[in-house]
Design a protein around this ligand. Structure first.
Ligand code: HEC
Ligand code: HEC
Length: 456
């Protein structure tokens, strides 16, 4: 509808505008004037000092941070695999190899083996240095929270040290304290033994002692924090977290996709089909009611009926946000994932149930049927007899499935196959091609002298 301002007396203008808006609504759905987010601004990202980033890079890739010196952050968050491992559920200490080739350790398990699979699918590390990302993990169990004097709610509660500035930095001192991910079994190393006395503090102290004993690290800490550190005795776990967080914020910033270029004004950046998908996504398909904004997330928690495989966070299942909030209404709610570089981060969902992007998108269109007819054989779970026995306990339990079904809170849109195809084209356009291979972030060696390579 068009109208010529000059023909209407001005007192009628407000009414005419209201009518114009009402008339425009049906026309906008799926077509031209869908409201798109503003582009991400450079000033909204962290810009840590290069010396801090460099220290963080060494720490991120150094197996010295794990109890048995066999796992680094990059073992799971591999920069050559888009900061994930391509497994449905990770295999931590005791596994061998990288990504989908990783094995699940020996059976019968030895002391060094992972106690279990992890609980959840890897969350990628893209854009976590943007100011929006204040809640982390699938359940947001690390988040900015002014209710705590330290400024963050974390599993350490009141024992979190003071002085942490960002949720990402707080999170970066927790993988080291996770027995399955990095610490290893008590009885096998001093960090794991310390975790028996206090789940975090002993491990943090032990880790700082390890790093302080490596002269090259001491120099790097002094360079990174000259005002605070002049020798090994000044290093704290807060410096460790700040450095690792700073590295991730810097290395995994990923806001140069075709979609970003489109938002910044390059109207030729996206293919016509991807543009159609974008308009559906932010319009008629209502994806953006949860996957909101420039990073496709409202940073909130929703239950969408994802089938449960693996041991879960609360074996044999996973209650999601409820574990953090204590509110039964939050059961099976998980954080809306950002969809940046999503085509690169298979498998998808909080436990990696879906091994095709189309599969997880279509799940949203009919979650109940998808849940009831789900095919668990698509999961990517390196086999081990005792672990396999746990993988389908929740999936095969009709009571659990019924409870997951009852919690579904998505209002499925009605989309044609063609429209689903456009949405998938849009997701391609969310790829920043530098993310396909972030090998340039990998150092050639680390101060501990431990090997970097996972490929064997
Ligand atoms: C054994 C595999 C493994 C290792 C090793 C590991 N992580 Fe993770 N990481 C995961 C998994 C799985 C998740 C998601 C867990 C969840 O949400 O409950 C995750 C989540 C994260 C997140 C949250 C991202 C988000 O958007 O919420 C960050 C940041 C992170 N890891 C950083 C690190 C750092 C830093 C290290 C090393 C100190 C590390 N990880 C070591 C498996 C691993
Ligand atoms: C009601 C909120 C909601 C709506 C609407 C919604 N999603 Fe999701 N989406 C989620 C949540 C929450 C998850 C993670 C759920 C889980 O794993 O338990 C998710 C997961 C995904 C994933 C997997 C991402 C990953 O990294 O694992 C994709 C892809 C996705 N959604 C695309 C879409 C598309 C396309 C639409 C529109 C057709 C849409 N979503 C609508 C909440 C929503």
């Amino acid at each position: 509808m068009t109208y010529d301002r000059s023909r209407h007396p001005s007192y009628l203008l407000p009414l005419v505008l209201v009518l114009a808006v009402i008339a425009a609504v049906p026309a906008t759905a799926g077509s031209e004037s869908v409201s798109l987010p503003s582009p991400a601004l450079d000033s909204e990202f962290r810009h840590p000092a290069p010396e801090v980033v460099e220290l963080g890079r060494m720490l991120f890739f150094d197996k010295e941070l794990s109890g048995n010196r066999n796992t680094s952050c990059a073992t799971c968050h591999s920069p050559v695999l888009a900061t994930v491992d391509h497994l449905s559920i990770n295999i931590g200490t005791g596994g061998q190899g990288l990504g989908p080739l990783r094995d699940a350790g020996a059976f019968p398990p030895t002391l060094h083996d992972p106690q279990s699979r992890g609980s959840r699918n890897m969350t990628p590390l893209w854009n976590l240095g943007h100011a929006q990302f204040e809640k982390l993990f699938w359940d947001g169990r690390i988040q900015v929270d002014p209710g705590f004097p330290q400024g963050f709610a974390t599993p350490a509660g009141p024992d979190l040290p003071f002085g942490i500035e960002f949720a990402l930095d707080a999170l970066s001192i927790f993988a080291e304290t996770d027995i399955q991910e990095m610490t290893g079994q008590p009885g096998t190393n001093e960090l794991a033994d310390a975790s028996l006395i206090h789940p975090q503090i002993g491990v943090w102290d032990g880790l700082v002692a390890r790093l302080g004993a490596i002269a090259e690290y001491v120099d790097l800490f002094v360079d990174a924090f000259p005002a605070e550190i002049s020798g090994a005795e000044d290093i704290t776990i807060v410096h460790v977290g700040t450095a690792i967080g700073s590295f991730q914020a810097d290395a995994f910033r990923s806001d140069d996709s075709a979609f970003d270029r489109h938002l910044r004004g390059d109207k030729k950046a996206m293919s016509k089909n991807a543009e159609k998908g974008m308009k559906l996504f932010y319009g008629k398909a209502q994806c953006s009611s949860c996957h909101a904004g420039v990073f496709q997330t409202d940073h909130d928690f929703h239950a969408i009926g994802m089938p449960q495989i693996g041991p879960g966070f609360d074996p044999p299942e996973d209650f999601g946000r409820e574990d953090f909030s204590g509110d039964p209404a939050d059961r099976y709610r998980f954080r809306t994932p950002s969809l940046r570089n999503v085509v690169l981060t298979a498998p998808w969902g909080h436990n990696g149930f879906f091994n095709t992007l189309e599969g997880v998108v279509r799940h949203h269109l009919d979650p109940l049927n998808s849940l009831l007819n789900a095919d668990p054989s698509q999961a990517v779970l390196p086999p081990r007899e005792d672990l396999d026995a746990l993988d389908l306990i929740a999936f095969d339990d009709p009571t659990i499935t019924a409870a997951i079904a009852a919690a579904i809170e998505i209002d499925p849109p009605n989309l044609s196959d063609k429209e689903v195809g456009f949405l998938l084209d849009f997701m391609e356009a969310l790829t920043d091609f530098s993310a396909e291979d972030a090998r340039k972030t990998v150092p050639t060696r680390v101060p501990s002298g431990l090997p970097l390579a996972e490929i064997n």
